[in-house]
Design a protein around this ligand. Structure first.
Ligand SMILES: *Cc1c(COP(=O)(O)O)cnc(C)c1O
Length: 361
């Protein structure tokens, strides 16, 4: 037996498993398992990335001033209270590292994103799972679960993998009701898909106990680049900047993300296409007897009769070259999460589900 052992909690972590991207024996499979933008990043972003090749010998900016200014301009925020990270995952990790340790509790919801639990355990804190109400975040259940040890509450709004969200009034009620030592983290990975939703920015402005995180991985089509950001009260951003590595983001990542966020036309087109195709896909699945909650994100959580049917459908989709996501690990064994692809992909998925259920030839 080795005496070399990791910190308490680390071995309780089940390593994160990303969405599959290949099917054995099928060359042109459609990947609908990681909520990626089927249209990819804007041309301006790709051009910025190509140009960055000529500067690869230079160290990147350490303060990310140019990208923060662009984000601030587009969203009407204070650039001084924005922090950029290697995906929003890094911001979420900083928050756990900075605020949660042994003896502390970190709340996440029943079908919440896996990274919250991993972040808590990484730092020796105790993850606390709170029930949702029919796959929707339950503010009362969260408030009831808070103790004097609760340091962080993580809510994805819209949530992954349910696709549901709660209103701004509910979020405000949650922030207002938390114990004084508790920080509310609003994970807005899918906020851009919701029309007229600020991701919680106004609440961040109004309070000292709310942080929001955002990403370039979803609407902006830059999952492979790894850029996310956070916005919070000055005291929190100051803390996070102390643990952020000075060169956490490459210059290629910084300039590409900046070009992406400045291309409003592409972002708007992607959002509109997603809204239209998401409605079409949900309707088509419902016609085959596969219900889903109204999604506010770029995926649909399809509900099947039971676990066996969901798994059999997943196998059938795979045989047709369609890769979707099983979500048993999110306490949803009877569901499959399907990213809204381009129109052809949506039609293929709907047709294949219909074939699987014997509804179409
Ligand atoms: C995809 C996703 C993220 C974003 O992760 P990145 O590290 O920014 O790629 C964060 N939270 C949730 C809930 C997600 O689904």
């Amino acid at each position: 037996m080795t005496k070399i052992t990791p910190q308490p909690g680390i071995l309780d972590i089940d390593p994160y498993v990303g969405g599959a991207s290949h099917v054995e024996g099928i060359s042109n499979a459609v990947k609908l398992s990681s909520n990626e933008n089927p249209f990819g990043p804007s041309e301006a972003a790709k051009e910025a990335f190509r140009k960055a090749a000529y500067e690869l010998h230079r160290y990147p900016s350490t303060d990310h001033a140019s990208l923060r200014a662009a984000i601030a301009e587009v969203h009407g925020l204070d650039a001084g209270r924005i922090i950029c990270g290697v995906g929003s995952d890094e911001i979420l990790a900083f928050l756990c590292q900075a605020y949660a340790g042994p003896g502390d509790e970190v709340i996440h919801t029943e079908h919440g994103f896996a990274i919250y639990r991993i972040g808590a355990l990484t730092n020796g804190a105790t993850p606390v799972e709170v029930p949702e109400r029919e796959r929707v975040t339950d503010v009362d259940a969260i408030l009831a679960a808070c103790t004097e040890r609760t340091k962080l509450v993580f809510i994805a709004n819209p949530n992954n993998p349910t696709g549901t969200m709660i209103g701004e009034g509910e979020i405000a009620r949650l922030a207002e009701g938390l114990p004084e030592q508790t920080l509310l983290v609003l994970d807005g990975a899918y906020a851009e898909y919701v029309e007229n939703y600020d991701g919680g920015a106004a609440l961040v402005e109004a309070r000292e106990n709310v942080v929001m995180t955002r990403t370039f991985s979803k609407l902006y089509g830059l999952g492979g680049l790894r850029v996310g950001w956070g916005y919070g009260p000055a005291h929190v951003i100051d803390v996070l900047n102390r643990i952020r590595g000075p060169f956490n983001l490459s210059q290629a990542a910084l300039v590409t993300a900046e070009a992406a966020i400045r291309d409003r036309a592409w972002a708007e087109k992607c959002r509109e296409d997603n809204t239209r195709l998401r409605a079409w896909l949900a309707e088509a699945l419902a016609e085959h007897g596969v219900p889903s909650d109204t999604s506010t994100a770029n995926f649909i959580l399809a509900r099947f009769a039971d676990r066996a049917q969901a798994e059999a459908c997943d196998e059938y989709l795979k045989s047709q070259g369609l890769i979707v996501r099983r979500v048993a690990g999110y306490n949803l064994p009877h569901c499959l999460r399907i990213t809204v692809g381009d129109e052809a992909a949506c039609r293929r998925v709907a047709h294949a589900v219909g074939q699987f259920l014997g509804n179409v030839a």
